[in-house]
Design a protein around this ligand. Structure first.
Ligand code: SF4
Ligand code: SF4
Length: 748
């Protein structure tokens, strides 16, 4: 920007900590066109000074040197398309965290102002994205979560298309007459209300229900999805703005539980098979056809078991309780015995459990079932039982409470399978073909499992996390998936019971509607909600290396046959990971570019070698590391004044050229601080921290080329609540840098 105003606040101890009288000269020398100082910039009068300058067109770039950029957002907000605004955090990063009226504190403040001015100078006004956004929500799956999502989206004024593969909607609940309680007072069986919900949806003119249908293909991006649905009458084409996938879950394959008698005796059945009997109103032992005198229910059949389903499905205990209650009511002569590892009835469901326990003819015991032996009768062998060390329970019928497996397709594995097959066809080398064949064999089970059939370079369905549930940032954004505008709901999303599935349907619909409305305003969704900038690819210099198309965590970039990226801005979350990935440095945002950050690095005044004051650049992620820093400052923790912080969108959005730039300018050490990575990741952009670590091999090459010590660059993970580690992290690194000695590139 060419007309940059520096607006300085001297309140909140800033004026007492640093000398500000020479800042006007500093501002002018570093490109500012105007300078204003105020003792309380966030006051009505202070903020009016900025707004007046903006409205009069005196400035088109605003640099506010005051509190953290996470504070006073409402006061310091401007019509986004008329001005760019950047904040310099003099309160938290200087006044509250450093010795007042100290030379090092003063140098730090001056560097931060120079860095801020350099950055605003390189920022550009974002070009608004004005696309036509379709307001329709596509719901895939017509069980409770899907129907609820359809109802919620329709209530919010959006047209809905619901695609259900069965001939009737209702999903899992169609198979139940009585349900465990999902509403107060949670102490008795509840009538199944799914028929009412189906009737409500069918009567809603905003909802189009396509039963006996599947999704054949989805191309495009949020706001502009082109959907092809295969119906019995042929293919229907439609547009959608956002998608809720609520394809539910299926019972775990009981055929793998032969040790529990399944497949060996027809009288060993699953919870779902018993539900079918109860719905039909006929309880008889399969095989003999007699009414059972004694039924044994085995909980966690294959669940919480590393060889089968390692997780708890979250609803089998409640489902068994409901069946025991129904049998007690309708077949009072039948005894029910439940063998559990733990009865998991969290929250209000405990009332129901206590009530069922009181029923005559019902018995519950804790124990491990190793085996169900099948001869003339069934015998359930229980170990470590409350009935005694070991016990054998005779039964006419055994019911296995098998867990639920999400009806998800693993988009990334399907993509790998397609790629491996392409390599076989290409037949470039014997070794490559052999490796590809091995991979095809390993991934064979994924063939034909597609549900959404997305036309995405990274695979045709939502990526899955552990145990095949479509992943999300379950700590901060539990409804987000790794495909913008597509949300998972219900038992597909996570193990859950009926009440939770209903709530999840509402949640996913809210997210879908939020996405459509954000796109209508041209704004990004979480975590950079409200951001109107989009990435710019200078493709003339693209070498088709595919790093951006492979590394984008949200599948926002497709590629053409030659490998040239095809950017889909409405899929983009503005994380900047592509910018960090691109070796040609041709991806940029109007307010975040390789050049703007490089200019911040250049603006740091690096002391000469004989001054014995090292300089450290810390690239800190705005999602966890910077909030942690603010927290530390708020608690008046003090840290090393040699550190110059550069906020980044994500550690993955750090282009390694910035590390090279820093070191070749004589900066003594570089820290990269981002979110936790791994399976339980907390990285807000899923893979950013992980990618930063992977890219460190390139950094090592830079260090080798410059003949610099590897200790000069360090990557660290920091959770939001680990703010108390910050002073120690900086101090320890500064000590290490002193030990290693000054960067020999100083002064070059
Ligand atoms: S900014 Fe992030 S989401 Fe957008 S294209 Fe780049 S890597 Fe993908
Ligand atoms: S990372 Fe850069 S050079 Fe590589 S494909 Fe993407 S835009 Fe092209």
């Amino acid at each position: 920007m060419e007309k940059v105003g520096l607006f300085l606040c001297t309140g909140c101890e800033i004026g007492a900590a640093i000398k500000t009288d020479e800042f006007e000269d500093l501002a002018k020398e570093n490109g500012a066109s105007s300078f204003v100082s105020h003792p309380c910039l966030c006051s009505e009068k202070g903020a009016a000074l900025i707004h007046k300058a903006v409205e009069a067109g005196e400035v088109n770039g605003v640099l506010i040197a005051a509190c953290s950029s996470r504070e006073k957002k409402d006061v310091f907000s401007f019509e986004k398309r008329s001005v760019v605004c950047q904040r310099v955090d003099l309160r938290e990063q200087v006044a509250w965290s450093h010795k007042p009226q100290d030379e090092d504190t003063q140098l730090l403040a001056e560097d931060l102002l120079r860095m801020g001015l350099a950055r605003v100078g390189k920022m550009e006004l974002p070009k608004p994205l004005e696309e036509e956004i379709d307001q329709t929500v596509l719901v895939v799956g017509g069980g409770l979560a899907g129907l609820t999502a359809a109802k919620a989206a329709s209530n919010l004024g959006h047209p809905v298309v619901l695609v259900e593969k069965n001939e009737q909607p209702g999903g899992y609940l169609r198979g139940l007459r009585d349900m465990y309680p999902a509403h107060p007072p949670y102490d008795s069986l509840q009538a199944n209300e799914i028929a009412d919900l189906i009737a409500e949806i069918e009567a809603d003119s905003s909802v189009r229900v396509l039963c006996g249908s599947t999704v054949k293909h989805i191309a495009g991006q949020p706001g502009q999805f082109d959907v092809e649905v295969q119906t019995a009458a042929g293919t229907q084409k439609l547009k959608a703005g956002a998608i809720v996938q609520a394809t539910g879950a299926s019972p775990y394959d009981a055929g793998r539980l032969a040790h529990l008698g399944y497949g060996k005796s027809p009288a060993v059945i699953t919870t779902q098979q018993l539900s079918d009997m109860l719905l039909a109103g006929k309880l008889t032992c399969p095989g003999s056809g007699k009414a059972p005198d004694r039924m044994v229910f085995i909980q966690c059949a294959g669940s919480r078991d590393a060889d089968h389903l390692p997780y708890c499905s979250g609803e089998c205990c409640a489902a068994t309780l409901a069946q025991v209650a129904v049998i007690h009511r309708d077949y009072p002569d039948t005894q029910c015995m439940v063998v559990y590892r733990d009865m998991r009835t969290p929250g209000q469901m405990e009332h129901f459990y206590l009530g069922v326990q009181e029923q005559s003819g019902c018995m519950f015991t804790r124990g491990e079932v190793d085996q169900v032996s099948v001869s003339d009768t069934l015998e359930v062998k229980v170990r470590d039982s409350l009935l005694g060390k070991d016990a054998t329970l005779p039964a006419d019928m055994v019911i296995l409470a098998v867990g639920m497996v999400p009806n998800a397709a693993d988009g990334e594995s399907i993509r790998e399978l397609i790629d491996a097959e392409a390599r076989i066809k290409k037949n470039e080398s014997e070794t490559q073909v052999a490796a590809a064949k091995e991979l095809v064999e390993k991934l064979e089970s994924h063939r034909g499992t597609e549900i959404l059939n997305l036309d995405y370079r990274q695979g045709p369905d939502l990526p899955v996390l552990r145990y095949n549930f479509p992943d999300s940032h379950y700590i901060c954004f539990p409804y987000e998936s790794r495909r913008t505008g597509i949300y998972a709901a219900g038992a597909l999303h996570a193990p859950m019971d009926i009440a939770q599935a209903e709530e999840d349907g509402w949640g996913a619909a809210m997210k879908a509607v939020q996405n459509i409305r954000s796109n209508t305003r041209g704004e990004a969704v979480h975590p950079r909600a409200g951001d109107i900038s989009i990435a710019d690819f200078f493709l003339q210099r693209c070498t088709q290396c595919k790093r951006c198309t492979e590394e984008c965590p949200f599948g926002a970039i497709n590629e053409d046959a030659k490998g040239t990226p095809e950017y889909n801005p409405l899929r983009c979350r503005r994380c900047g990971i592509c910018l960090g990935a691109c070796p040609e440095r041709i991806i940029s945002f109007p307010d975040y570019s390789v050049d703007s950050v490089a200019s911040m690095i250049k603006a740091i005044e690096v002391p000469e070698e004989d001054e014995e004051k090292p300089r450290i650049v810390a690239f800190m992620c705005e999602n966890d590391a910077l909030p942690a820093l603010d927290e530390a400052a708020g608690r008046r923790m003090q840290w090393n004044p040699w550190v110059r912080i550069i906020p980044v969108r994500c550690l993955g959005a750090v282009n390694t050229v910035w590390i090279a730039d820093s070191l070749s300018r004589g900066v003594d050490g570089v820290l990269l601080i981002g979110c936790k990575r791994g399976d339980d990741y907390q990285c807000h952009y899923i893979r950013g921290s992980e990618l930063a670590n992977t890219r460190m091999s390139n950094v090592q090459e830079t260090l080798d080329r410059l003949t610099l010590e590897s200790e000069r660059v360090r990557v660290l993970e920091l959770a939001r609540n680990e703010f108390d580690r910050i002073p120690e992290i900086f101090e320890e690194f500064a000590e290490k840098i002193e030990e290693v000695g000054p960067n020999p590139y100083k002064g070059f």
